[in-house]
Design a binder for this molecule. Structure first.
Ligand SMILES: [Zn+2]
Length: 500
């Protein structure tokens, strides 16, 4: 019996009848300068096929050499995931044909991963959920195929395909969880929180750019259902290359609802890979899933075993950064934000930006204000992440320093950001060149205040009558007259001096 791809049951109904089990495989692209087994650059965004050599093109007779920095990163990742580090391990060849992998095998690790038996705690709605790590192993990335023509961007229906081997051989760490049981209705959130925690950890370790939209961190989500937690695992599907946190949650949620529909109808779930579609928030069938036997793994004969010395491992352990969850707790305390303010910073993915701005000398509340309002708005309009806007944390701190000095106000600060983004120099240079300095000279201000009083006699009368709060309207008139460059506090004083 088969069910159509679009048949799903309500999520709550699915959870009432079935117990979901997850298995998450996260691929992390390391940020080493060169590839895993050759000296080619890993720089993102280069012209296609300009960063290749005989080794990563798989030409006969070429010999790989393992990247020492990548091995160090692998060990640090393993340690940060509370794993044991292998005293001795080898690379393996994983044999399969794929057009974006010119060797026709991938160098990976099979039964001897560099790190194994770890765990990480993730936070879901304030509740801690421990995810056990089975292994973290080293491998190389494949090239990138672009299928041109056709409506789906996939190979089916395409007119032709383009291959870019620049990514071929870029170092990857694959982190594999043990089966995640007991998450129940929270399974989609647990998956999302786990991938988010891995991403944050990679950033903290500085082993990857950890940009999900660039595919630096991508998740294969295995999902299966069983009638109850005591039953054996059901047949799983693997939704491949999910590359945003929201999509991880959506893919797990959809697979639970889809598999429940298959099982409800008396069908069986097919063991296969699936593709996630952001537009329809659903998955479709890929290829039948191979088992490990299909890959004919064998130890890679061209590479020596990796044997990290215990002294080196302990040295790396001693120099691990503060764990991301602990850092968040510390920053929340140091910044003195309300839970809601801090939550907004986390949700906006602006923790690092605010932190760097504060460390550049800015008050936490001011740093939060700039990154979450003015700069978030500009980034949104430009369609880029705030860190790619072109304004650095140090510049934001400098703008706020100019405000604190009384040289400019918030309104003028926006024009300073305009200037910085237009390449007119540092904030201070923009202020000087554009002549943006706030006027607090009493002569100029006094004349403007007199003009505002003359133009608004009714308002002036109310202030004379004791309604001091009406001064706001006159301050506004003066600011408008002086194009925002008046010292608002001094204007207020002058108005009150003249009228009360
Ligand atoms: Zn190369």
């Amino acid at each position: 019996m088969t069910t159509a791809a679009h048949e799903i049951v309500d999520f709550d109904d699915a959870i009432n009848r079935y117990d979901p089990v997850l298995g998450l495989e996260v691929h992390v692209e390391l940020n080493t300068a060169s590839k895993m087994f050759c000296g080619c650059s890993t720089e993102f965004g280069a012209e296609p096929n300009t960063q290749t050599c005989p080794v990563c093109l798989g030409l006969p007779g070429s010999m790989p050499v393992a990247n020492a920095k990548a091995i160090e990163s692998a060990v640090r990742i393993g340690l940060a995931l509370n794993c044991d580090i292998a005293e001795w391990c080898r690379f393996s060849r994983k044999n399969y044909f794929y057009p974006d992998m010119p060797k026709n095998y991938q160098i990976s690790q099979y039964d001897e991963p560099i790190a194994f038996d770890g765990w990480i705690d993730v936070d879901v709605d304030g509740e801690t959920f421990r995810v056990e790590i089975e292994r973290a192993h080293m491998e190389e990335d494949t090239g990138k195929s672009t299928h041109v023509g056709g409506s789906t961007g996939r190979i089916h229906g395409a007119d032709y395909s383009l291959l870019d081997y620049n990514r071929c051989g870029v170092p990857l760490i694959e982190i594999v969880t043990r089966p995640i049981e007991g998450a129940g209705a929270k399974a989609p959130e647990v998956a999302k929180a786990y991938v988010g925690a891995i991403r944050d950890l990679m950033k903290a370790l500085d082993v990857s750019d950890a940009r999900m939209e660039r595919g630096n961190v991508r998740c294969d989500a295995n999902v299966s259902l069983r009638p109850d937690p005591a039953a054996e695992f059901g047949t799983r599907t693997e939704t491949k290359n999910v590359n945003s946190l929201r999509s991880v949650e959506g893919a797990v949620r959809h697979e639970i609802m889809r598999q429940a529909a298959v099982l409800d109808a008396g069908g069986t779930v097919t063991q296969e890979t699936r593709h996630w579609h952001e537009d329809t928030q659903s998955t479709t069938a890929g290829r039948p899933k191979e088992t490990a036997e299909d890959y004919r793994y064998f130890p890679e004969p061209d590479l020596v075993p990796v044997a990290p010395s215990r002294a080196w491992v302990e040295e790396l352990r001693a120099n691990l950064p503060e764990p991301p969850a602990q850092r968040l707790q510390r920053l929340a305390g140091e910044w003195g934000f309300s839970d809601r303010e801090f939550g907004d910073v986390v949700a906006a993915d602006a923790v690092d930006l605010v932190d760097e701005t504060v460390r550049a000398g800015c008050a936490p509340q001011a740093a939060r204000k700039w990154w979450l309002s003015e700069l978030a708005r500009r980034a949104n309009e430009a369609g880029v992440a705030p860190e790619d806007l072109g304004v650095t944390p140090a510049q934001v701190a400098e703008v706020q320093a100019l405000v604190d000095e009384g040289l400019i106000n918030d309104k003028l600060a926006r024009q300073v950001f305009d200037g910085v983004l237009a390449g007119e120099g540092t904030p201070r240079e923009v202020v000087e060149q554009r002549g943006l300095v706030v006027v607090s000279d009493d002569g100029a201000l006094s004349a403007a205040v007199d003009a505002a009083i003359a133009a608004n006699p009714d308002v002036a009368e109310r202030i004379r009558g004791g309604r001091v709060q009406a001064a706001g309207a006159l301050i506004g008139a003066v600011m408008k007259e002086m194009k925002g460059q008046a010292d608002a506090a001094r204007v207020r004083e002058l108005i009150l001096e003249k009228l009360t």
